[in-house]
Ligand binder design. Structure first.
Ligand SMILES: Cc1cc2nc3c(=O)[nH]c(=O)nc-3n(C[C@H](O)[C@H](O)[C@H](O)COP(=O)(O)O)c2cc1C
Length: 492
């Protein structure tokens, strides 16, 4: 057979394959056309059969491509590229300098602008951030080393390797790790970090057979030297008034055992602690847990109105300092979570930017500044956010998603589906393979240290020796007319 004949036969074969595939595509399109026309659930596909399907495909693809190609550096929500990249750079531990000039628009209402000192301290005139005592009246007060710590994320919402990396990273950086409401697992402890045990409304990890608080279990947890404080969770910013939600596919045997619940069933916690109907009950609960554990006890909440909290402070004053919580953690309405109904996420709870100054003012008005520590959270993931919070009156800042970014989170927004592509919020072993705790813990530590270091840089720039010396006069807030006003004038 000549070369020409062979080429002709190959071409003929290719033409046949092409015609076959074309025929198949036409048949498929015809079948889809009929399916789309007949179905009644989707109006676009019913009116524009086959072509209407592309809308769904592009919508799904847009979610991915926007992040890479189309969204500007300061545009995305909940966190924009500039914020995420800062965490990424800090977590890699390299230099965190940028070139040419700021891409931040300084005219946007609410933007904090720090007040530089004409004569900032010289390098040998400032100190590093000092440790701060929490719960001076508890049998075992806690001397917390870092201003920036890891906020509650449960083992369940987070994967095993994520908890392991956080635990080791927290130890390396000297920051505390809050367990979130899912109980205490060996993975929290294995790194040797300071632990804040969160008591959620379902009392996971410290519950009896009926789901009530069990003092014996509390004592067992408190006996762990690493457990430094207990946080009673009233609410978190992403779902105030709603309990935790862990989908059934995430309730593995290990997670079920840690929480003390049946495996494979969705884990829904009550909307509030059954034994706490009002602030009086809450103070009783705080005092009880402190008595049983001997360690500092506080609570985490979201501010709906300042009026509500005033009642609490009046009550504390009335009872005397003994029943006061050792700390109050304020989570802003912008807080994140593994799973929450959208209306609660979007619409309920005051932003930390508004709530924190109000609570700090109330605390000071009642003379409780040295007794009750304030912990703030809610998208406070970059040094400027943390420095703002310290100026506003916080003693500590905690972050959840900042630390998720340090673990490699790409904001795929799939925490509730067990399909997290980075292995952080999934229990699928195939996806968890990507998250190597022995490597990632370094990034966690670098990020925590990086934030503290840069907050110290801001503090020195405004002319004080260390971050907690910053006051409201050190930050100006841009107003609607484009002019900035010192924060101490906004909240005298
Ligand atoms: C995956 C995930 C799980 C969380 N789990 C809890 C939890 O168990 N208990 C809690 O009080 N808050 C939980 N939170 C809320 C965080 O602790 C934090 O209050 C909130 O996300 C605000 O901080 P951020 O803006 O730095 O993320 C969770 C958040 C995330 C993202």
């Amino acid at each position: 057979m000549g070369l020409m004949q062979l080429a002709a036969q190959v071409l003929e074969l290719l033409a046949l394959v092409f015609l076959f595939l074309l025929g198949l595509a036409v048949l498929l399109a015809a079948a889809l056309f009929v399916v789309d026309r007949v179905q009644a659930g989707d109006a676009i596909r019913r009116n524009y059969p086959v072509i209407g399907r592309f809308r769904h495909i592009f919508k799904a693809l847009g979610e991915f491509f926007r992040q890479y190609f189309f969204a500007m550096d300061r545009e995305e929500m909940p966190f924009n590229r500039a914020q995420r990249d800062w965490v990424g750079r800090a977590a890699r531990g390299g230099g965190n300098t940028v070139a040419f000039g700021s891409t931040r628009n300084l005219g946007i209402t609410g933007t904090p602008i720090f007040v530089n000192a004409a004569f900032p301290p010289l390098d040998d005139q400032f100190a590093h951030t000092q440790p701060m005592l929490i719960g001076p009246d508890a049998r075992q007060p806690y001397l917390a080393r870092s201003i920036f710590n890891i906020s509650g994320m449960s083992f369940g919402a987070l994967s095993r390797p994520a908890v392991q990396a956080l635990s080791r990273g927290a130890q390396k950086a000297g920051v505390w790790l809050n367990t979130g409401e899912g109980g205490l697992s060996p993975y929290h402890l294995e790194g040797g970090a300071d632990i804040v045990f969160q008591i959620g409304t379902a009392k996971y990890g410290v519950r009896d057979g009926k789901g009530d608080l069990c003092d014996d279990r509390l004592r067992e947890v408190a006996a762990q030297a690493q457990v430094k404080m207990f946080e009673i969770k009233l609410a978190q910013g992403a779902k105030p008034g709603k309990g935790g939600i862990l989908p059934a596919e995430k309730v593995t045997p290990e997670i079920a055992a840690t929480r003390g619940i049946p495996e494979g069933q969705a884990s829904i916690s009550p909307n509030r602690h059954r034994e706490a109907d009002d602030f009086g009950d809450l103070l009783d609960l705080v005092a009880h847990v402190r008595e049983v554990t001997g360690k500092p006890v506080g609570f985490k909440t979201v501010v709906g109105s300042a009026q509500g909290l005033r009642v609490l402070f009046e009550l504390i004053q009335g009872r005397g300092g003994d029943d006061a919580p050792d700390f109050i953690a304020i989570d802003g309405g912008e807080g994140g979570t593994g799973a929450s109904p959208m209306p609660l996420m979007d619409l309920v709870g005051m932003s930390i930017r508004e709530a924190l100054p109000l609570v700090a003012d109330l605390r000071d008005e009642f003379g409780l500044r040295d007794r009750i520590r304030l912990i703030a959270s809610g998208k406070l993931v970059n040094p400027g956010d943390v420095a703002w919070a310290l100026c506003a009156g916080a003693d500590f800042v905690v972050s959840a998603r900042g630390f998720m970014f340090s673990l490699g989170c790409i904001q795929a927004m799939k925490c509730n589906r067990n399909t997290c592509p980075t292995g952080i919020t999934t229990h699928d072993p195939r996806l968890q393979r990507g998250l190597v705790p022995e490597e990632k813990f370094r990034k966690v530590a670098c990020y925590a240290r990086g934030v503290v270091h840069e907050v110290e840089t801001i503090a020195h720039s405004v002319g004080v020796g260390e971050p907690r010396q910053m006051r409201r006069k050190h930050v100006r807030i841009v107003q609607e007319n484009g002019k900035s006003v010192p924060m101490n004038e906004l909240y005298p």
